[in-house]
Design a binder for this molecule. Structure first.
Ligand code: HEM
Length: 197
């Protein structure tokens, strides 16, 4: 069962508060993205095209897409990119990223694949900014982007685990705390037996 909109907001807020503030995307980073908005806008085409070239050139990611789907996917990623570079970076934005994570999950796309593409996006921003800006400004823009990427990735990672555990609790009729401690004991046993072998 999917949570309500309010539910997504609450999950996003709870995960956000758990992240060390120095690692989170902050007001200074938002200011940096605003400063370099014209550059980020200019990079839209290479970013969108390169993103799907990467996914379509590899059989394991190509196979996720339906026939003739690429144009629509590009259009949606364009909307995502425009919203991402302009902000505002409020709870609504981060809750949306959690929802995007669920859409991927429902389509059978692994978190590893999504994380890898976040890495690819970050490399592009690094490369494009170092080609077009003085070194210190390029570094500043890349760091702001990295903190955004880290915040979104951390959020998606935490939310999925929480959703799995809650689904497990609901489906098994068990108690979450008991299930969690059973998993911890099982992992400890596994660790002991693999260290003996
Ligand atoms: C940085 C990583 C990624 C970002 C930012 C991103 C962004 C998005 C967004 C915004 C949507 C629309 C979600 C919605 O309908 O509300 C979407 C859907 C989708 N993405 Fe991604 N994506 C990423 C990685 C990937 C990867 C690695 C794949 C394939 C291996 C992929 C394939 C798809 C597909 C097939 C859909 C359509 C899902 C559906 O509606 O059934 N994406 N993505």
């Amino acid at each position: 069962m999917s949570p309500s909109l309010q539910g997504y907001f609450q999950v996003a807020q709870a995960i956000w508060e758990g992240l060390p503030p120095v690692t989170r995307f902050g007001a200074q980073d938002e200011h940096t993205l605003r400063t370099y908005l014209p550059q980020l806008q200019r990079w839209e085409d290479p970013v969108i095209n390169g993103f799907y070239d990467a996914l379509f050139s590899h059989p394991a990611t190509r196979s996720v897409f339906r026939e003739g789907e690429r144009a629509m996917r590009e259009q949606v990623l364009r909307i995502w990119y425009r919203r991402t570079i302009t902000g505002p970076f409020n709870l609504e934005y981060f809750a949306w990223q959690i929802l995007v994570g669920q859409v991927h999950h429902n389509r059978g796309i692994s978190k590893g694949q999504v994380m890898a593409m976040w890495g690819w996006l970050t490399e592009q921003i690094w490369q494009l900014s170092h080609i077009s800006l003085p070194l210190d400004e390029a570094d500043q823009l890349t760091m702001a982007w990295m903190r955004l990427a880290n915040s979104v990735k951390a959020m998606a990672a935490d939310e999925r685990l929480e959703a799995y555990l809650q689904a497990l609790e609901q489906q098994s009729g068990g108690n979450l705390r008991i299930l969690q401690s059973a998993v911890v004991s099982w992992l400890e046993e596994l660790g002991k037996s693999s260290s003996h072998s």
